[in-house]
Design a protein around this ligand. Structure first.
Ligand code: GUN
Length: 283
């Protein structure tokens, strides 16, 4: 039987509607959740992501601004900018769009953002809290994935989850969140040998490789839940995931499409973190 489609777009809109109600209530208490995004340089993909974040914020009633800095900006100048925002009570969330130019140390930037305003969930304090299963700003894409699984009542506990990819933004944290929910987690990556042996035993397969149509029906277990994190722009301009959707959907029980799968959930979780930050500061 063909897989059920996990509709990230529909779920994202439902959650954003709920959040808009929450933002209205916060505004009645005099709190206007505010997100500041910093973008360095002219990378078109980054600009497009940042525009998406800005648009989604305003649709939810969250105020936002974008600080555009030239790619020539020094690390020191960027860190000073972040410190100014850390001390600005009107700013609840700070996000520095990655990647950054090579002369800027990404880790210095991430560690300079106040953990109270770390809506990306990249600060070591956020990561530590996530690992311990404490309250934390969770990284947006992994949190979006877990939220999708919950919304579709997909059992995580006791399942074998295989994560392909070990980036700090997606692979590592999504594996940790699945572990926190009592899955047995296997990480695969570019140096994994006989990766197919792991993939074919996955009850939940999270694919974050960054190469189009890499995983096909013959690779996966019958009835597996397939989460496709890949967003690959093809020569014809269309977006496609890391999974060959048409074939995998014949064998999986649930599958996320690309587009309209994980992508819209990532921004939604950013909005949720911004609201969380705004509430935190009001305590
Ligand atoms: N670049 C790609 N994904 C992300 C993300 O989730 N946050 C930030 N800050 N930069 C990114």
């Amino acid at each position: 039987m063909p897989a059920k489609i996990i509709d990230g777009k529909e779920l994202a809109h439902k959650l954003r509607d709920d959040m808009a109600g929450e933002v209205t209530k916060l505004k009645e208490q005099g709190i206007i959740p505010h997100l500041t995004v910093i973008i360095v340089g002219e990378d078109p993909a980054s600009k497009s992501y940042v525009n998406g974040k800005k648009k989604a914020s305003s649709q939810t009633g969250i105020s936002s601004d974008v600080i555009e800095l030239p790619s020539s900006v020094s690390e020191q100048e960027l860190l000073e900018k972040i410190n100014t925002l850390n001390n600005d009570d009107h700013v609840h969330g700070i996000l520095v769009q990655l990647p950054l130019p090579a002369h800027i140390n990404e880790q210095h930037v991430i560690e300079t953002i106040s953990p109270d305003k770390d809506v990306d969930g990249f600060h070591p304090i956020s990561i530590g809290n996530m690992m311990r299963g404490n309250d934390a700003f969770l990284p947006c894409t992994p949190h979006g994935i877990i939220t999708m699984l919950h919304s579709y009542d997909i059992q995580i506990e006791g399942k074998h989850a295989v994560v392909i990819g070990r980036s700090n933004i997606v692979g590592k944290p999504v594996g940790q969140l699945l572990l926190n929910e009592h899955a047995t987690v296997t990480y695969c990556h570019s140096r994994t040998r006989q990766m197919e042996d792991f993939i074919k035993h996955a009850d939940i397969l999270v694919v974050a490789i960054g190469k189009p149509n890499t995983i096909r029906a013959e690779n996966i277990k019958e009835g597996a839940v397939i989460i496709d994190v890949g967003i690959n722009r093809m020569d014809d301009g269309k977006l496609t995931g890391d999974v060959d959707f048409a074939s995998a959907a014949e064998k999986a029980s649930y599958i996320t499409p690309v587009p309209k799968g994980v992508g819209p959930m990532t921004i939604t979780m950013l909005l949720q973190n911004t609201i969380k930050a705004a509430k935190g500061l009001s305590d």
